[in-house]
Each structure stands twice: as structure tokens, then as C-alpha cells.
Design a protein around this ligand. Structure first.
Ligand code: AMP
Length: 193
């Protein structure tokens, strides 16, 4: 099973992806997680990405496409994967289409979690509080001001990715404001699982 979860930061993509990983034994490919790991490890990619990520901007298409190209080719991705946080631009979506075509792979679903953007800042504040309460480090970009920059990047660059998939008849939109369980059920219905 191969699917893409689309939606603005804080829409619940990571939460739903983690559940689908458990349920279907597929891997979650989050470019945000991979970039954070690169930053933590101080790799050349991490060094390039760090300041951009901390400011809430988008890392270059070239870097993230390279990361995904390598990651999809890993053996553990053979059973299937969920892309979370990628593609974030139409150029990334086009590159992914070419990559999958070359590998003879097809997407089973592209799901957009549609949310009320006004409610997202509150969700992010909650995520930061819960992470802090669990004694874990809080993401620097889960700060209300930086979050607004991330949302602006979404509206400027990523909002165009949904029409890209809609035009190909691949897009399903789900109401991401529902409780987590209801969103999960709606996703399962799309996947027929
Ligand atoms: P996320 O965890 O998906 O919210 O990503 C955190 C940050 O990583 C984003 O704000 C971007 O700076 C960077 N990032 C993650 N995925 C991408 C992508 N597909 N394209 C560009 N930048 C990305």
C-alpha cells in the first residue's frame, strides 16, 4: 500500500500515519523527521536545512526529492509507505510521479486532511505543551509565530499540490477536524481496509 497524506502542519498527518504504520506494517516516510535527523546528525543536508527549518521555510526541492528517492529504494519501503510532509510543492509532486513511474509503482490513495486553519495554532500550542509534559524536547518550529510562517509556506507553495492530484482523479478529501478516531475510520474507508 502506498499513500500520501496531505494537509497543513498540525492537521494530524503524523498521528494518522503512525496508526497506519501499525495497522498495515508499512513505513512512514516523513521528510520533516528525516530532515530533523539530518540536522541532529550534522550531515551536509542537515547543515543546509537547519536555519530554513527553524525559520519555518521550505527546504529546497532538490534536497527533499533526493532524500525521498533514496528512501523509497530502501528494502523496508518495498511493502509500502505513507508519505507525510511530502510532496510540499508541485515540483516535488511531479518528481515523485516520475520516480514512481520509473520504479513501476502506483499510489493507492492521496488523502487530504482538510482543517480549519484558524484552529491550527491552538493545536500546535497543545502539541508543544504535551511534548514538554512528557519530558521530550519541543520542536523549535512548534512556536506560534514560526507556525504562522509554516502555514504561510503551506498556503503559498503546498496548497497547489491538492489540485495537482485532484486533476489526476487521485484525491480524496477528509474532514480533519473530526475526532482522531473518526478521521481514522474515514481513512480506512478510503483504503477499503
Ligand atoms: P514537518 O515535520 O513535516 O512539519 O516539517 C518540518 C520542516 O521541515 C518544514 O517546516 C520544512 O522546513 C521542512 N520540510 C519537511 N518536508 C519538506 C518538504 N517536502 N519540502 C520542503 N521542506 C520540507
Amino acid at each position: 500500500m502506498r499513500l500520501i497524506l496531505l494537509g497543513p502542519p498540525g492537521a494530524g498527518k503524523g498521528t494518522q500515519a503512525a496508526r497506519l504504520v501499525q495497522k498495515h506494517g508499512i513505513v512512514q516516510l516523513s521528510t520533516g523527521d528525516m530532515l530533523r535527523a539530518a540536522v541532529a546528525a550534522g550531515t551536509p543536508v542537515g547543515l543546509k536545512a537547519r536555519a530554513i527549518m527553524e525559520a519555518g521555510g521550505l527546504v529546497s526541492d532538490e534536497i527533499v526529492i533526493g532524500i525521498i528517492r533514496d528512501r523509497i529504494a530502501e528494502p523496508d519501503a518495498a511493502k509500502g509507505f505513507i508519505l507525510d510532509g511530502f510532496p510540499r510543492t508541485v515540483a516535488q509532486a511531479e518528481a515523485l510521479e516520475t520516480l514512481l513511474h520509473e520504479a513501476g509503482l502506483k499510489l493507492d490513495a492521496v488523502i487530504e486532511l482538510k482543517v480549519d486553519q484558524g484552529a491550527l495554532v491552538g493545536r500546535i500550542i497543545k502539541r508543544a505543551e504535551e511534548t514538554r509534559a512528557a519530558g521530550q524536547p519541543v520542536r523549535k518550529d512548534d512556536d506560534p509565530e514560526i507556525f504562522k510562517t509554516r502555514l504561510a509556506a503551506y498556503n503559498r507553495d503546498t496548497a497547489a499540490v491538492t489540485p495537482f492530484y485532484a486533476a489526476r482523479g487521485q484525491l480524496t478529501v477528509i474532514d480533519g477536524m473530526q475526532p482522531i478516531e473518526a478521521v481514522a475510520q474515514a481513512i480506512d474507508a478510503v483504503l477499503g481496509a
